[in-house]
Structure formats: C-alpha cells, structure tokens
Design a protein around this ligand. Structure first.
Ligand code: AMP
Length: 362
C-alpha cells in the first residue's frame, strides 16, 4: 500500500521504517523542508490547508494517517471526502483542544483534574479563587512539551500572569499531587481487534518527557485493567482505528486522565525493541487494514529522550542492551533529537543498570 502521513517528523520516520518491511511505501506532507521522515519516502513541502497541495498529495495514496495532531479540521474534512483517513478526524478535533478533551473524558465517565474555561482576566481570577493554589494555566490549543503552561503557586504568580498574558482560550487546571505518571498505548484495527501494551511509567521535567519505563513498576493487575477499560471506552466512542495513547496521573491509587494523543506516542518508543510488535508497526498494520501483531513485552525496557544536545554515539553503543535512535535533527535547546532504549531480560540487572543510566542520561 502507499500510505500518506501528515507530518514528517521523527514519528513519521519511525512509522515508515516499521512499514517498509511490510512492503508499504510512504509519502509525507510537512511545511518544513528535509524533515526527519524524508529519508524514508517522498516529502511534499507546504501548508496542510493548501487544498491543491492536498490533492496532489493523495493522488496515488491508499490511506492517509498523521503523526502531527494539529492538522486543521478544514484539511482533514477535505481529505475524508476523497481518501480513507485513520484515525478518524473527530479524534483529532477533540485532542486539539484541552477543554474539548476534558469534556470528552468526563462525558464517557473518565475522571480528570478539575478544570475551568478561561476567556478573560475575570474568569481567571474567579477560577483561581474557586480552585485555590496550586493550579496550572495552559493554552487550550497548540501546547505541547510544557509550552504555554504557567504553574500558579501564589497570588504573586497570578498577578505576574495577569500582567503578562492575554487571558483568552485558556484552561485552568487543578494541580494534581500525583504519586506518578503512567500512560497506556493501545491499538485498534479496522475489524475491531484491539490490543493494549503494558502500562508505562513516565518521568517529565519542565513539562517534557525524559524517561519511560515499561512495564510500569509495582503495577497491580487492577490498574492495568482500569487503564484498559478507560482506553476501550475512548476507542469505542471515537470509532477509532490506529494507535492511541492516554496519559494519566496516578493519585491515591486512582487514574486521572491528563491527555491523549491520536497517534504514536513518545512514551511508546521503547516498543521498537521492548515489545514483539512496535507501536509504529501496529499503527501501520491498523491503518492498512491488516492484522495486529502481539504487544507482549520482551523483558524490561527504559527509554531516555535525548533533548537539546546529542550524546556521544560510541559511548551509548558500547552499553550492553542500549539502542540509539537519532532523528537527524539540528541540536536546539529543548528539542527532541533522539532516544535511547535500554532493554534487559533480567529484572535485577535492569534495575541495577537503570540507576547508572539514569545518572548519565536523565
Ligand atoms: P501536559 O502538556 O498537559 O501533558 O503537561 C506536561 C506535564 O506537566 C505533565 O506530564 C505533568 O508532569 C505536568 N502537569 C500538567 N498538568 C498537570 C496538572 N494538572 N497537575 C499536575 N501536573 C501537571
């Protein structure tokens, strides 16, 4: 099949690298020339809303998917009338807006942090009064990796924010005093077949994912089952096809949904070496209408993001069990340049080495 991918970043690159062995070919659309995925297929360069460009993009495609979630509804609606598009654009519209997303979760009975819609400074003042400190102010749309977020711990923080931002299209969230953060990656095929990877534990710094470990430590069967039940509700409500990731806070043993991504996800990168079938291959199999592969873990995995500066390649490659993935991006502060997956079959070795690797790469 010829598969079109909107976005040509590292996710597109890893999707194509996993689909080429299945004899699929890939074409990308991305505004930035020579993007990371362009090594794995033809890249058209331009705006996602350019309907003439979209027409030439889909000319020889069997199906379109995305690795970038902020493609406009205008573009996806245009495409759905002409070609198969998975996951469904309805999922994109919900995940593009934090208020829509939280209302969607609550509407299907999934708990989230308390939240308030903010469209003015008065809204913000009264929401902070109702919620109390600490709380987090975020942009509703286009925020990622901690961008557009303000942690408010006191009246001083609130005054700073009131003096420096335009208070519209924002969301104020209660700050969850979580014990840890976990995510579930799941995948649904065209015929309804659904699979769930084991829960992943995630550590963030400055709003950016730094480390994922899988399976998440000390996870009882109940927590995995609860996450799977929530994911099933989401998949069903959206008539979903493809990989979906849901990020949770674990607080007092309960799961609160933070956000979801209707694409392959950074907290699933470990699956390339750490699961029988990677999230990338399973996404491609799903959108191509093929049977899904096993999601069983192969031992224990840890994934460290490489952020801002590249590591010394040879020293990473000399670590037994370590796998290096570089995305071909120019170094820039806070930019994800690649990741390292460390995998081991032995739990004691894994934990021992994780301590050393964490000191080196976190
Ligand atoms: P987000 O962009 O919503 O995924 O936020 C990035 C990270 O910031 C999360 O993974 C958490 O570590 C932290 N964070 C975001 N929202 C909250 C919240 N309501 N309470 C506590 N921590 C949060």
């Amino acid at each position: 099949m010829k598969i079109g991918i909107l976005g040509a970043g590292q996710l597109g690159r890893m999707l194509a690298l996993s689909g080429i062995p299945l004899n699929h070919t890939f074409k990308f659309l991305d505004p930035a020339p020579n993007s990371p995925a362009s090594v794995a297929g033809e890249q058209l360069c331009g705006n996602y809303d350019d309907t003439e460009l979209l027409d030439s993009f889909i000319k020889d495609l069997d199906v379109v998917t995305y690795e970038f979630e902020n493609v406009s509804a205008k573009a996806t609606n245009y495409l759905t009338n002409k070609v198969k598009v998975f996951p469904p654009p309805k999922a994109l519209e919900i995940t593009q807006d934090r208020i829509f997303e939280k209302r969607f979760f609550n509407g299907i009975g999934v708990h989230t942090a308390g939240f308030y819609e903010i469209n003015s400074k008065d809204d913000l003042i009264s929401a902070v009064k109702k919620n109390g400190y600490p709380c987090i102010l975020k942009t509703r749309r286009m925020g990622y990796d901690g961008k557009g977020q303000y942690l408010l711990k006191s009246k001083d923080d609130l005054d700073d924010v009131l003096g420096s931002i335009e208070a519209s299209n924002l969301i104020l969230e209660d700050f969850v005093k979580f014990d840890r953060e976990v995510s579930i990656i799941c995948v649904k095929a065209v015929n309804g077949q659904t699979k769930f990877y084991s829960l992943v534990e995630n550590r963030h710094r400055e709003g950016i994912l730094r480390l994922s470990t899988a399976p998440a430590a000390n996870t009882n069967k109940g927590l995995q089952e609860t996450a799977e039940n929530i994911a099933t509700k989401v998949l069903d409500a959206l008539d979903y096809v493809g990989v979906l990731a849901i990020e949770f806070f674990v607080a007092d043993g309960k799961l609160l949904a933070n956000e979801m991504a209707c694409r392959v996800h950074n907290s699933g990168h470990w699956t390339i070496e750490g699961a029988e079938t990677s999230q990338f291959e399973n996404h491609i199999r799903a959108v191509a209408g093929q049977a899904l592969g096993s999601v069983n873990n192969i031992g224990y995995s840890a994934m460290f993001n490489i952020i801002g500066e590249p590591p010394d390649t040879e020293s990473v490659l000399s670590i037994p069990g370590a796998h290096l993935h570089l995305y071909g991006k120019e170094p820039r502060p806070n930019r994800k340049l690649g990741h390292i997956t460390y995998r081991s079959d032995n739990f004691a070795d894994f934990n021992k080495n994780l301590i050393n690797l964490t000191a080196q790469f976190l």
